[in-house]
Design a protein around this ligand. Structure first.
Ligand code: GAL
Length: 416
């Protein structure tokens, strides 16, 4: 896998926080024996709750004595959920498990001592042999592992309605400058070239434009220091991003990612850039892949998999620890992943999953993910390549950038 990560210095934090020795891995004194597990996620909206429900159904079957307490908080990319969760963790009120991503996103929670090292479960379940090496690396902080992956999503995708493109004699653009050429023609015909949603979807678009313009190495270098944010290639890519954004409905942006996709389905917008959870959502609307909707790599990113992985944690002080462990075992299992991912629009993290369960868009996704010629990079917006502070710096700078369009200022604010 082509992304990089920095080592986190988290050792010693527990002693500093004065946490008792009983919070070490394997301890179960915190288990209240209630036979319930409270799981916190942001999978409450259409296209996301179906995946969670399928995972929960499999969990129930394998754990009949444990009631599933769904603490999901709606809102794409967890923007609302993350705020609610932060308050709960600060107030020493953790759920039994919460959704996170593989990668640097978990750094602050690890430093704060909010999550436990679950390597003992990796050993017990032999997950290290059953997950891609690069994914295990992305999950490892200073030799420890704090979450269990349930899937692999792809972020760099351009969704469209085949009827709209055919109607205008277009095929998906291979580069962002081709997109701009198409956008002029589409606008002239009264079609919105690109639909967009809230700030996190703009950040998602930004990473896809940077990836398309800089290539896999240039993009990865943005996060490991090898690419100069103030250099000409990045500055040009940022200027292009603004031009792309000008082809969108940012002034009247949709409230979340699903309504932005609805415009593509309705044919009022030509394209939407979104991760492959879009596939799950579009199927909930009864649409069929390559008929009602289709997809291409976002411009300039053919054969690159900009990945992210949803993963679940074991919070320190989880009230029902044994049930939480059962949940994590479910997330990491073949049966859990093969129940969840076909509904979620993602491919399994497990190498030994049943590929025959993945059809339509997902058959293409799994072929691409498992092709050794595919380059893998990590998503910014969904937790892989930037830690909490850096990602928040991008969020703040992006709000200003879409207004003042000052690429030099933006680069200075986010170069890390
Ligand atoms: C991502 C998450 C996906 C999907 C998406 C939209 O951060 O990894 O599973 O939920 O947000 O909400």
């Amino acid at each position: 896998m082509g992304y990089s990560r920095r080592t986190l210095l988290v050792t010693g934090g527990l002693a500093l926080l004065g946490l008792p020795a009983c919070s070490v891995a394997g301890d179960d004194t915190a288990d209240d024996g209630s036979g319930k597990v409270e799981v916190f996620s942001w999978w409450a909206g259409p296209g996301e709750k179906e995946g969670l429900e399928a995972l929960v159904a499999d969990f129930r079957q394998r754990n009949p004595g444990i009631e599933f307490d769904n603490a999901a908080v709606a809102g794409g990319a967890g923007t609302v959920a993350k705020t609610v969760l932060a308050t709960r963790l600060e107030n020493d009120d953790p759920p039994d498990s919460y959704q996170a991503h593989a990668g640097l996103e978990l750094d602050a929670d690890i430093e704060a001592g909010y999550v436990e090292d679950v390597r003992y479960l990796y050993d017990q379940q032999r997950w290290r042999d059953r997950l891609p090496k690069g994914l295990v690396e992305a999950l490892t902080f200073d030799g420890k592992i704090y979450s269990v992956p349930v899937n692999i999503h792809r972020a760099n995708l351009l969704w469209y309605n085949p009827a709209t493109l055919e109607g205008h004699g277009l095929t998906p653009p291979a580069t962002w400058s081709q997109f701009l050429t198409q956008a002029a023609a589409l606008k002239a015909k009264g079609i919105l070239p690109l639909s967009i949603g809230p700030t996190w979807t703009q950040k998602h678009l930004l990473e896809c434009v940077l990836l398309g313009e800089l290539g896999a190495d240039g993009y990865t270098g943005l996060w490991n220091g090898a690419t100069d944010w103030k250099g000409a290639p990045v500055q040009q890519a940022l200027t292009l991003f603004v031009k792309v954004l000008d082809q969108s409905d940012i002034a009247t942006a949709a409230g979340d990612w699903q309504p932005a996709l609805d415009k593509v389905v309705a044919g009022t917008a030509a394209y939407n850039v979104m991760g492959d959870w879009a596939d799950a959502y579009l199927r909930t609307k009864g649409l069929v892949f390559q008929e009602g909707y289709s997809v291409a790599a976002s411009p300039g990113s053919e054969k690159v998999y900009n990945f992210l992985s949803d993963s679940f944690t074991l919070p320190r002080g989880a009230p029902r620890r044994r049930a939480a462990e059962q949940w994590l075992i479910e997330c990491g299992s073949v049966s859990g992943q093969d129940a969840f991912n076909p509904q979620k629009g993602s491919v399994p993290a497990r190498l030994d999953a049943d590929k025959s369960k993945y059809t339509g868009y997902l058959a293409l996704a799994i072929a691409e993910w498992t092709d050794s010629a595919t380059r893998v990079v990590g998503s910014l917006t969904h937790g892989v390549v930037a830690g909490t502070k850096r990602s928040a710096a991008v969020d703040a700078a992006l709000v200003l950038f879409v207004q003042d369009r000052d690429a030099v200022k933006f680069a200075a604010a986010v170069s890390g």
